[in-house]
Every structure is written in structure tokens, then in C-alpha cells.
Design a protein around this ligand. Structure first.
Ligand SMILES: *[C@@H]1O[C@H](CO)[C@@H](O)[C@H](O)[C@H]1NC(C)=O
Ligand SMILES: *[C@@H]1O[C@H](CO)[C@@H](O)[C@H](O)[C@H]1NC(C)=O
Ligand SMILES: *[C@@H]1O[C@H](CO)[C@@H](O)[C@H](O)[C@H]1NC(C)=O
Ligand SMILES: *[C@@H]1O[C@H](CO)[C@@H](O)[C@H](O)[C@H]1NC(C)=O
Length: 418
């Protein structure tokens, strides 16, 4: 039998190998458009947000938001060709989760992708991106390939800068004083960070819809995800000192291989579907179609910083929703106290609607109940009426329209005018 020490060593070694394989941005492997066609990649998997939206008859405007600390984020405003002149207000911001991008909301196709469904209902929809993914890998002065400090961020900074900048941009462009916000997982967690750290910003929002909202991760059940994040958390210093700062980027070799396997039809169903449910340890047979799997792996993982993954590793080892823990000495310097400060969830004052899945092994139901208890203004908490509903279903299930859209629509309608 292996001793506990050697198991830990093996996990750390495996994590280090995975990280290294994922941080190198390999320029050799990426297969060009022509060979992809020969290999029968679905054409759509090569499209960007705007091209995809156009392909299905939607209109997409490309905007760029610049944050106070210089990050440049693409934001897409999508609307259905059928709504001309009768767009509902106020605008709606839709924000993705960890390792995703705006494209996640299109991957399930027009019948199930939340961006399409919202646009069909004539909301003025703005789909955001968070720093570090392939639509937000730019900065006014820093070069993500050369300046390590580009990658010095986690959800603490995303919540402090990216979410407020996106909200301000959308309000300025539409002339509204308030908007409605939908956040999936990290897209909701970063909203809470904003409320806590940027007084006043919460007042710019009428209603927040949290889809599998990620605050603390104390009870995350997925063992693979837990080991990966805690392993990275343990190895963050040596890895980042060796220059590994960016992780799971779209052009890393592992992502290219995943993309390849998941888009060549005869490999995709047996390997990709099982990988997702196996890795995240929550099966929901048939929920994500074969076509969506191919699309999903052409956009996922979308890239983030090693520091963000380390931050998640920490959040699985505490029962608080708090800032990054640098250790007593560095905390003292940065925060003026030995323990990392807790986020003030009482500051999340807008009415809040929460949808969660019983089979979600990333954002566990216990952590959702804890969060609900901490939040001061919860309008409704709904367990999705499908016992197998898991974390990925929010973006990718073919049943989004039946399972979560009715509640999303109900509350948006309530807080909108025509
Ligand atoms: C995919 O796009 C290529 C190049 O635009 C085109 O030649 C090909 O016919 C398309 N394939 C399908 C299946 O639409
Ligand atoms: C998406 O593709 C279109 C058409 O090829 C291009 O004009 C646009 O700049 C692309 N958008 C982004 C954000 O990459
Ligand atoms: C996906 O493809 C596999 C293999 O081709 C097939 O057995 C399966 O039924 C398909 N699944 C769905 C949901 O269409
Ligand atoms: C948390 O936020 C609430 C609401 O804004 C405020 O009343 C309270 O004083 C804050 N608590 C702390 C510890 O800052």
C-alpha cells in the first residue's frame, strides 16, 4: 500500500505535469482551417461569437471594455433579428464561469443556448468576458506572453475590476441607470466580490440571477477537481517562479488534443462525454448532445491564471468566502491583518434569485444553502427540477429551455419594461 506521503507526492507530481502541459502555448500543433475541414471538424466550431450568432440569424455587436487597471475585455451585444424596435429594457448582462468565455452561451445551439433564448425574448443582451480568457487576453501596457504580472489576478481582481467595468460600460452605452445581471458560477461569485469591495455598484443592478453561484467551495464533491485545484494551490509559488502563470489556455497542447478528439465524431461521444462526467463525477446521460460536446471543447477551457486556480484550491480548504490567503506575513503587508479578510455577503443588497442543481459536484448544495443564509435579499431559491442537473448543464444541456429558462425569464420580465 502506498503511504500517504507518496500519494501526496504523486498528486503533486501529476498536477505539476498537467500544469506544465497546459501552460505551454504551442504554436506547432494548432491545425489550420483547411486541415480541420478535411478532418470534418464541424465548421461552426471554428467560428467566433459574432460569426456563430450571425450563422443563426442573430446580430452581434463587438465592444471592448477597458478596466481601471488596463485589461481589455470583449463584450458582445447580441440580438435577434425579430425584435427590431421593440427591445426590452433595462439591458441584461450575462457572465460566464471559470475557464469559459462568452461562447459557452452559444455552444448548445439556438434551441438551448441561453444567449439565444434571451435574445429571442427581446432582451438587450450583453455577454461579458473575464480577464485571462481568449477574448480578454489583452492589456493596455502588459503583454500576456511576456509580462508575468498580466497573470497576477484571481476572482478577487475580476470582481473588483472586470464586473464593475462591464456594468459601467453597458449603462453608459444604453443610457440606463440600472441593469439586470445573470451570473453563472464564477460569474456570480465575482458579482458578490464587487458588492463587497465596490460600495454603490450593487445599486446599479435591479435583480441578480445566480446560476449555480460559486462563493465558497467547502463541500465541492468532485475529487478530480479538488485534487487539481488544491494541488495547484500547493505548487503555485514554485510554478509561477518558473514562469508558469497562464493555465488551460485555448491554444495549449492539451486543449488542442481535447478539441481534436471531441470534434472527430466517432471519438467524441465515448471519450468526451465520459471525460466530463468522469472528471466532475456527476453523470447526466444524454443531457449534453454530441453536437454540443464538439462545440464545447472548441471553446473550453478558455484560459485563466494559475493564481485563479490556486484561489479555488484555497476556497475548498476553508469554510469562508474570503480573499486570497498569502500566508500571515504577506497578508499583513497586503491586508493589514494576518488572516485574509472575508467578503461581506450582507452587501449583496439587490434582490437575488438562485438556481442550483442537486447533482452539481462543483458548487455543492451545502455551499449553496450556506450562501443563501448569508445573503440578505434572496427572492427565490430553486432546485432545478431534475435530480441529475449538474454544473455543466447550466450552459450546455439540451434542456436549458425547459429547466432553467422559465425562472430566468419570469424574473427578468418582472424587472423589465417593454
Ligand atoms: C466548411 O467551410 C468550408 C470553407 O468555408 C467549406 O468549403 C465547406 O464546404 C464547409 N463545410 C460544411 C460542411 O459546411
Ligand atoms: C470574429 O470574426 C469576424 C469575422 O471574421 C471578425 O471581423 C471579428 O473581428 C472577430 N471578432 C473577434 C472578437 O475576434
Ligand atoms: C452520440 O453518438 C453516439 C455514437 O455515435 C450515439 O451512440 C449516441 O446515441 C449519441 N448521443 C446522442 C445524445 O445523440
Ligand atoms: C457589510 O455590508 C452591510 C451592507 O452594506 C453593512 O451594513 C455592514 O456594515 C458591512 N459589514 C462590514 C463588516 O463591513
Amino acid at each position: 500500500m502506498a503511504s500517504k506521503g507518496s500519494v501526496t507526492f504523486n498528486i503533486l507530481a501529476a498536477t505539476a505535469a498537467l500544469v506544465v502541459a497546459n501552460v505551454i502555448r504551442m504554436r506547432v500543433l494548432p491545425i489550420d482551417f483547411k486541415s480541420k475541414n478535411v478532418l470534418e471538424y464541424p465548421n461552426e466550431s471554428l467560428y467566433n461569437f459574432t460569426e456563430l450568432a450571425n450563422r443563426y440569424g442573430y446580430h452581434s455587436e463587438e465592444h471592448t471594455v477597458v478596466t481601471e487597471d488596463g485589461y481589455i475585455l470583449n463584450v458582445f451585444r447580441i440580438n435577434s433579428g425579430n425584435c427590431d424596435g421593440r427591445m426590452k429594457g433595462p439591458p441584461v448582462v450575462l457572465m460566464h464561469g471559470l475557464l469559459l468565455s462568452s461562447d459557452a452561451w452559444l455552444d448548445a445551439g439556438p434551441e438551448a443556448g441561453l444567449a439565444y433564448l434571451l435574445a429571442d425574448s427581446c432582451y438587450d443582451l450583453w455577454v461579458g468576458n473575464q480577464r485571462g480568457n481568449y477574448y480578454a487576453r489583452r492589456h493596455l501596457t502588459l503583454n500576456p506572453d511576456k509580462d508575468p504580472s498580466f497573470w497576477d489576478f484571481s476572482i478577487d481582481e475580476i470582481g473588483f475590476y472586470d464586473i464593475p467595468a462591464t456594468i459601467d460600460y453597458v449603462l453608459r452605452n444604453t443610457g440606463f441607470g440600472k441593469l439586470n445581471y445573470i451570473g453563472y458560477s464564477q460569474g456570480a461569485g465575482t458579482f458578490f466580490v464587487m458588492c463587497s469591495e465596490r460600495p454603490g455598484y450593487c445599486n446599479k443592478v435591479n435583480v441578480v440571477i445566480g446560476l449555480a453561484p460559486a462563493a465558497r467551495q467547502t463541500h465541492t464533491k468532485s475529487m478530480a477537481y479538488r485534487l487539481l485545484a488544491t494541488g495547484i494551490s500547493a505548487l503555485e509559488d514554485p510554478l509561477s517562479q518558473s514562469g508558469f502563470r497562464e493555465i488551460f489556455s485555448k491554444t495549449s497542447p492539451l486543449q488542442e488534443i481535447a478539441k481534436f478528439i471531441c470534434q472527430v465524431r466517432f471519438l467524441s461521444e465515448p471519450l468526451c462525454g465520459n471525460f466530463i462526467s468522469g472528471f466532475f463525477d456527476s453523470y447526466h446521460p444524454g443531457s449534453i448532445t454530441n453536437r454540443t460536446l464538439g462545440m464545447m471543447f472548441s471553446h473550453f477551457p478558455a484560459g485563466t491564471s494559475l493564481h485563479t486556480m490556486a484561489r479555488y484550491g484555497q476556497s475548498m480548504q476553508t469554510d469562508q468566502f474570503q480573499k486570497f490567503d498569502y500566508g500571515a506575513a504577506r497578508n499583513m503587508k497586503k491586508y493589514g491583518c494576518k488572516e485574509p479578510p472575508k467578503y461581506n455577503l450582507s452587501s449583496v443588497t439587490p434582490p437575488m434569485v438562485i438556481l442550483y442543481g442537486r447533482n452539481d459536484h462543483l458548487v455543492d448544495t451545502k455551499d449553496v444553502y450556506w450562501l443563501v443564509n448569508e445573503l440578505p435579499n434572496v427572492l427565490e431559491v430553486e432546485e432545478v427540477a431534475d435530480p441529475l442537473w449538474n454544473h455543466f448543464d447550466v450552459a450546455y444541456s439540451q434542456y436549458v429551455n425547459q429547466r432553467i429558462f422559465p425562472t430566468v425569464y419570469k424574473y427578468l420580465e418582472h424587472f423589465s419594461t417593454t
